[in-house]
Design a binder for this molecule. Structure first.
Ligand code: G3P
Length: 215
């Protein structure tokens, strides 16, 4: 499973990229708004690190506007995936952009039927938002199970990108189901690394090492 960071914050991206566990980055207008920088500058900084997949969202709500924005975003860097929302206009724009060879990440997906449509119009990624489903007392991970099964049934090449991830159990469950990608906040990725028994074990090894005769 590929691990993506759901952030537009360069320091967070650089930290995980330098460790070597990062496969991509997803952004959205809310995340970009926290950075206080121009959208295109944020994208240029992230892509300059060499991140192979960077999702950037359109803000137009009509198909023509989405296609226009998508074409502009695609020109910024070959690693850019254009995020289009799951609306009729978004489906139409995705079909056009995908037909031109642009990789589209269909976002704001909350049902398996929406995911089916995203695959049919040629989206490269589909992004079901599991945390937001959990928030309204629906089990978000059941949607991932359904989408993975549907895509396998028909051998759709669209990759399932688990989004709106809130904690490490989401990552674990997504991996067990066989989702292609999981995007998460920096704090969640940090928690994947950490275990208290690792820290305790390392401290003990280092203490015992002090007793080993040197020289
Ligand atoms: O980037 C889309 C998604 O991951 C947003 O997550 O936490 O705002 O529901 P969240």
């Amino acid at each position: 499973m590929k691990l993506f960071l759901d952030t537009a914050h360069l320091d967070e991206i650089r930290t995980m990229w330098d460790i070597g566990i990062l496969d991509g980055v997803t952004t959205n207008p809310s995340l970009v708004s926290k950075e206080g920088k121009k959208f295109e500058d944020v994208l240029r900084e992230i892509t300059a690190l060499g991140i192979p997949s960077v999702s950037a969202e359109v803000v137009a709500t009509d198909a023509e506007g989405m296609v226009k924005e998508g074409r502009r975003l695609r020109e910024i860097h070959p690693s850019i995936y254009v995020k289009c929302p799951m609306t009729s206009a978004g489906l139409k724009a995705t079909k056009i952009l995908a037909g031109e060879g642009t990789r589209v990440n269909m976002t704001l997906v909350f049902s398996a039927n929406q995911a089916l449509l995203a695959a049919k119009v040629g989206a490269a990624y589909v992004s079901p938002f599991i945390g937001r489903l959990d928030d309204i007392s629906e089990v978000g991970m059941e949607l991932i199970e359904d989408v993975v099964q549907i895509y396998r049934n028909y051998s759709f090449p669209t990759e399932v990108l688990v989004a709106s991830v809130r904690h490490p159990i989401h990552v674990l469950e997504a991996a067990k189901i066989g989702a292609d990608i999981c995007t998460m906040p920096f704090a969640v990725m940090e928690k994947l690394v950490q275990h208290p028994l690792t820290d305790i074990g390392l401290a003990r090894f280092l203490k015992d090492w002090e007793k080993v005769p040197k020289g």
